[in-house]
Ligand binder design. Structure first.
Ligand code: NAP
Length: 252
């Protein structure tokens, strides 16, 4: 029997890295995608393989269709694609809309939205029974920002994540009879490198006081929800979006 393969985009760091390690422990052959941090991806692969699992690192920028196609071709060469964790995502520096350049908007939408659509499309092509596949599971990474809006921070990013919520529900219905479940996780403030990449390295700790649970989340706490949605334990869940946000997803 061919290996079951899980693709984790942005699997080299943060939430994606934890999801990749859990997927490896569940018996998936894991494709750990990264865009620039090869050593971080190699470390995740090393941890999976030393725990007895199978994993491969593959560079690819998810905003580029050729790279997405290459990622899925590579995954197919390793077994049967059964899961996609659509995780690669970026923020930019805090700004108001009247300060945002077209270049910034295009980049934010290209990575967080179009790239996620391209990956989901390739997952459907690979997994749908309509295309000869054997079904599978897609888990999208949304954000609490989709509901909160992230005003004065990054409404571009928040809006892209809002569209991810919509895609999750719509695509779930589109492929529900084709063996594919499509779900999402909406993390709140999680302590990863993403805040430093947006110029606010201490953001997660600084926001602790406004989080009902008074602390940021850990990447593993999000990864566990991802892996549950991916698994057969969630066999009757599709179009579901789970908030993992310490209560912060609720607008006061
Ligand atoms: P992170 O720590 O900054 O890691 C980002 C990951 O995405 C890295 O593996 C990075 O690869 C990869 N990546 C970035 N741009 C990419 C591209 N164009 N193509 C392929 N891979 C790319 O981020 P995180 O906090 O774990 O976030 C993961 C997901 O959760 C994102 O979708 C994010 O929007 C969402 N999220 C995070 C939070 C939070 O507070 N952390 C909250 C809500 C939602 P390299 O290592 O090669 O750079």
């Amino acid at each position: 029997m061919s290996d079951k393969v899980a693709i984790v985009t942005g699997g080299s760091r943060g939430i994606g890295a934890e999801a990749a390690k859990l997927a490896g422990a569940q018996g998936y052959t894991v494709i750990v995608n990264f865009v620039s941090n090869q050593s971080a991806a190699d470390k995740v692969v090393g941890e999976i393989t030393s725990a007895g699992g199978k994993a491969y690192a593959l560079q690819g920028d998810m905003q580029h269709e050729d790279d997405v196609l290459a990622l899925f071709e590579f995954a197919k060469s390793k077994g049967t694609i059964k899961a996609l964790v659509n995780n690669a995502g970026v923020v930019d520096h805090a700004a108001r809309l009247d300060e945002m350049s077209l270049e910034r908007l295009n980049r934010i939408f290209a990575i967080n939205l179009t790239g996620a659509f391209l990956c989901a499309r390739e997952a459907v092509r690979a997994m749908s029974t309509k295309h000869g596949g054997s079904g599978g599971s897609i888990v999208n990474l949304s954000s609490a920002a989709a509901k909160l809006g992230a005003g004065t921070q990054y409404i571009d990013y928040a809006s892209a994540k809002g569209a991810i919520d919509t895609m999750t529900v719509g695509l779930a219905r589109e492929v529900a009879e084709e063996g594919i479940r499509v779900n999402a996780v909406r993390p709140g403030v999680i302590d990863t490198d993403i805040h430093a990449s947006g110029g606010q390295p201490d953001r997660a700790q600084e926001l602790a006081s406004i989080i009902p649970m008074k602390r940021p989340g850990d990447a593993i706490e999000v990864a566990k929800a991802i892996i549950w949605l991916m698994s057969d334990d969630a066999s009757y869940s599709t179009g579901t979006i789970i908030d993992v946000s310490g209560g912060r997803s609720i607008v006061p």
